[in-house]
Ligand binder design. Structure first.
Ligand SMILES: NC(=O)c1ccc[n+]([C@@H]2O[C@H](COP(=O)([O-])OP(=O)(O)OC[C@H]3O[C@@H](n4cnc5c(N)ncnc54)[C@H](OP(=O)(O)O)[C@@H]3O)[C@@H](O)[C@H]2O)c1
Length: 304
């Protein structure tokens, strides 16, 4: 049977394929034997009209889904690079949604828990109002609004606290700081749901395979941690592989650790809406973190 005739076969245009999440999305789509087109930033830019025209004329190909994992993700940098953050996170997704409205392709966009102010005191549901504290959060909120305002059939996946082996993330930075012998101090008064990009890629592929009604869906790991809790657990997994004693990680408060961008205190997300679709929840944090630690070790231990 030809690949294109396989049940569930999809043709996907993936933006941000070299990023933390984009790399695992590529692997997941590839594992499912889907056709993937993943132009680099210089090869295709949805902010340039000529490139949007190429998309509309189907010069890049014919697709079932366009998936946007591209974003300006420097949360602190966004405070002083407002134009870049707004272009990448607010305007770009809206432009892609408009192209999809023209071509009839389905669109999936990735959003962030930092659209919430973190003061709710219980898990956020998709209908809770957005009230971002930072430029990054505001740009991501505007992106989601632009997407659904332009193309209500689009799917917005809102996720949180990503980690994976193919890019920069808090667990990687922490392991590298530990290996460099640095003293470790981490905030213990911000909480969220750490999410493995490998697990999120599986969920996103399941969503694409299913093609649910348009709207926002929360998708994140099943457990809540503070940054300090995540740090301690990451190093426990890392040290058990390396045969070392886990270090002491000093806890501090947000007040003790000033950053350019204000961060929400708690952005635990309810994933009930996604689960009601029949999509399996992600693995436990212990399972995903153990896999992350093994992959990081394999990367840092060249064969031979
Ligand atoms: N990281 C987290 O903890 C987190 C948490 C919640 C939500 N999210 C969301 O999850 C999504 C994926 O995040 P990530 O951590 O995987 O991001 P990432 O590692 O920073 O990757 C983003 C990718 O987007 C590309 N990109 C940026 N601006 C672009 C533009 N104007 N045109 C084309 N490509 C562009 C980057 O390309 P270059 O390599 O060329 O810069 C990079 O490959 C984003 O929507 C983010 O907001 C992330």
């Amino acid at each position: 049977m030809e690949q294109a005739n396989l049940p569930g076969y999809r043709r996907v245009l993936l933006l941000g394929r070299h990023g933390l999440l984009g790399s695992d999305l590529w692997s997941e789509f590839d594992r499912r034997k889907w056709s993937i087109t993943g132009p680099k930033r210089g090869e295709f830019d949805p902010l340039i009209e000529a490139d949007r025209l190429r998309l509309a004329r189907r010069s890049l190909g014919e697709f079932d889904w366009v998936v946007n994992a591209a974003a300006y993700t420097d949360v602190d940098g966004a405070e002083s690079h407002v134009t870049e953050a707004m272009a990448g996170n607010a305007i770009l997704p809206g432009a892609l949604a408009a192209s999809c409205a023209q071509t009839g392709w389905k669109f999936l966009h990735v959003c962030s828990d930092y659209v919430y102010d973190g003061a709710k005191g219980s898990p956020y549901t998709e209908s809770d109002p957005m009230a971002p504290l930072s430029i990054y959060g505001k740009s991501k909120m505007m992106g989601a609004q632009n997407v659904l305002g332009t193309l209500p059939e689009a799917v917005v996946i809102r996720t949180s606290w990503l980690y994976g082996v193919h890019g920069r993330s808090f667990p990687r930075t922490l392991v590298e700081a530990f290996e460099a012998g640095k003293a470790l101090k981490v905030v213990s008064d911000q909480s969220g749901c750490p999410t493995s990009t490998r697990d999120l890629a599986r969920v996103i592929a399941d969503v694409i395979a299913m093609g649910p009604a348009g709207g926002t869906y929360h998708a994140c790991g099943p457990e809540t941690r503070t940054w300090h809790g995540l740090a301690t657990e990451t190093l426990t997994h890392w040290c058990s592989l390396a045969g070392k004693d886990p270090p002491n990680v000093e806890a501090c408060t947000t007040h003790d650790w000033p950053t350019a961008a204000k961060r929400p205190a708690s952005t635990v997300l309810s994933t009930a809406k996604l689960e009601a679709l029949g999509i399996a929840p992600m693995r436990s944090l212990a399972e995903s973190l153990a896999e992350f630690a093994r992959s990081l070790r394999d990367e840092k231990t060249p064969e031979g």
